[in-house]
Design a protein around this ligand. Structure first.
Ligand SMILES: [Zn+2]
Length: 223
């Protein structure tokens, strides 16, 4: 059986992983897995796992490896992911990266493409501080990049938008610091493999020609 493309998005929070993930899903026809979103769903559902995660995130720290690996394995083993997928925010540590290698091998996938998105710390801060979320439906807006129609309430359900607990400036700075400390060895693991470092703001027409030779299965031709 032919397995599809696995793309690992690397880069700090706010470097554009969310945006590029949407582009890759659309262009390659594969789903994305954001372990962060899965964890937030657990928090919203108030599960024991969710409560544990909530405390950790609110204190600006990153969630435990074993917990994140469990979430990833449960998600990626589902049939909807057999054609490939985009990983956003996973793996974050060397331990998670090792787990992912074994998981991909067990699921029959080849070498993933590590796509490293970069942006300056200034850019990242400006973007994340501007992020707003609807507490009702969970939709994410951005006062700079993607505001709601009136700027203050949700387009779908008119609920007043809030700043997520992990989007406060002090928490963001902690997240960036924690990310940089942890990510260096992870990025080092991938640089000698199928690795590509690009500006997180690249448009699809600039990005896809660079990707084509590195994908397991060719991207659809764009005319
Ligand atoms: Zn809403």
């Amino acid at each position: 059986m032919e397995h599809g493309n696995v793309i690992v998005l690397l880069g700090p929070p706010g470097a554009g992983k969310g945006t590029q993930s949407i582009v890759l899903q659309r262009e390659l026809g594969i789903p994305a897995v954001s372990t962060g979103e899965v964890l937030r769903a657990e928090i919203a559902a108030g599960t024991p796992l969710g409560l544990k995660v909530k405390e950790t995130i609110a204190s600006g720290q990153l969630v435990d490896d074993d917990l994140v690996n469990q979430v990833a394995a449960a998600q990626l083993s589902q049939p909807s992911f057999t054609k490939g997928f985009v990983l956003d925010g996973y793996p974050r540590t060397v331990k998670q990266a090792g787990f992912l290698d074994r998981l991909l091998a067990a699921l029959g996938f080849g070498e993933p493409l590590a796509l490293h998105l970069e942006a300056s710390t200034e850019t990242i801060l400006a973007r994340l501080v501007a992020r707003r979320q609807c507490p009702c439906c969970g939709r994410i807006y951005n006062r700079i990049l993607r505001p709601s129609k009136d700027g203050v309430t949700c387009d779908v359900d008119s609920t007043p938008l809030i700043v997520r607990e992990d989007d406060r400036e002090d928490v963001i700075l902690d997240r960036i610091r924690a990310y940089r400390e942890q990510s260096e060895p992870v990025i080092a693991l991938y640089t000698d493999r199928n690795y590509l470092r690009v500006d997180g703001n690249l448009q699809p027409e600039e990005l896809f020609p660079m990707l084509s030779s590195r994908l397991t299965q060719p991207a659809p031709l764009r005319t």
